[in-house]
Design a protein around this ligand. Structure first.
Ligand SMILES: Nc1nc2c(ncn2[C@@H]2O[C@H](COP(=O)(O)OP(=O)(O)OP(=O)(O)O)[C@@H](O)[C@H]2O)c(=O)[nH]1
Ligand SMILES: [Mg+2]
Length: 322
């Protein structure tokens, strides 16, 4: 059994989570389409503006428009549905261009145990909450989960993770505030090996003095984990807050300089109209958005699926033309 077998996506939740992004996007598309009935330069210019305003970013927007224009030129344009169909295909092409990065089969077929996930990201983006949600999903799938409180920088951080461990029925390793984060990570992996845990998730501090301090700390955590399991961490999960829009991209670039990020969890999609940033992240960084956070509850985490995302974004809200 794979580690993620219980992690079923729920399309309804994804649609609800993207409500704000869709609403803004749709209002603008609707305004544009009531005035226009053919694809001409004006429609393309308007669409470009709408995409950029949805935080898709300039470079990715240009790519999308290029694909869309090609399709419109090849197949012709009769109706609003045609335009949206081309837009859907153009958006999907951004995700699918990265091929297996978005292969759920690959993601969910992980068999390594213990599977070690190191969670990184700046303060307040939702690292600890995402860890709690993930632990819950793994536990529901029948895995024994261990959480490691390697955010020793902030007083309340250890307690916050302890509460999530209780909620998600995960075991917990801590050494208190001010302890060496690498020592916490070491103990957690040691315990996981000795006691046959399936998943270890390590929380880290988002608030550090500077980049070189962060680099040293993450480097040390990596080293002590590798001493016990050479291939670990199996996943370095960067948590980004969708409501920061294009800033999330810049944060990701900073983290990519200090550590080997392998996947992204994009949180707070429910509270923002900037959901289009998913496209920019995938296109510009080439790192998959693996999870999306769509609320504060323990069940509000989904495996990201590009098809559901694009459908949720392009599905008209009730007051708009179908
Ligand atoms: N609406 C919404 N809120 C979220 C989501 N994920 C996290 N949050 C909220 O964001 C706030 C910060 O979350 P934390 O998990 O504490 O963030 P953190 O990155 O661990 O923060 P530090 O430990 O201070 O670095 C909390 O109030 C969470 O409830 C989400 O997907 N949607
Ligand atoms: Mg935290």
């Amino acid at each position: 059994m794979g580690l993620f077998d219980f992690f079923k996506k729920n399309k309804k939740d994804v649609h609800q989570g993207l409500e704000k992004t869709r609403k803004h996007f749709w209002q603008r598309v609707q305004q544009m389409l009531t005035a226009k009935r053919t694809i001409d330069q004006e429609v393309l210019d308007n669409l470009e503006e709408i995409l950029i305003l949805s935080d898709i970013g300039i470079a990715t927007t240009e790519k999308i428009l290029k694909v869309l224009k090609k399709k419109a030129f090849q197949k012709g344009y009769q109706s609003v549905e045609d335009l949206l169909g081309y837009l859907r295909e153009a958006m999907l092409s951004i995700f699918l261009e990265k091929g297996r990065l978005y292969d759920e089969q690959v993601w969910t077929a992980i068999e390594v145990r213990p599977y070690v996930i190191l969670v990184v990201g700046v303060n307040g983006v939702g690292k600890t909450t995402t860890i709690g949600k993930l632990a819950y999903q793994f536990h529901q799938a029948g895995n024994r989960v261990l959480l490691a409180a390697a955010d020793t920088f902030r007083a309340a951080a250890v307690e916050q993770l302890r509460i999530w461990a209780q909620r998600s029925s995960a075991a917990f390793v801590e050494k208190g505030q001010g302890a060496d984060p690498a020592a916490v990570a070491y103990s957690a992996v040691e315990k996981a090996l000795k006691e046959n845990y399936d998943v270890v998730i390590i929380d880290t501090a988002g608030r550090l003095h500077n980049k070189s301090h962060l680099m040293r700390q993450l480097g040390k955590i990596h080293r002590v984990i590798k001493k016990q399991i050479p291939e670990a961490p199996h996943e370095v999960l960067l948590v980004l807050d969708a409501s920061t829009g294009q800033n999330a991209l810049r944060q990701a670039q900073e983290f990519m300089q200090v550590t080997n990020v392998s996947a992204i969890a994009l949180t707070k999609l429910d509270g923002t109209a900037k959901g289009g940033v998913v496209l920019a992240i995938c296109d510009q960084l080439g790192i998959p958005v693996k999870y999306i956070g769509i609320g504060e509850q323990i069940t509000d985490l989904q495996l990201f699926n590009p098809y559901d995302f694009v459908d949720a974004l392009l599905k008209p809200t009730p007051a708009t033309p179908a």
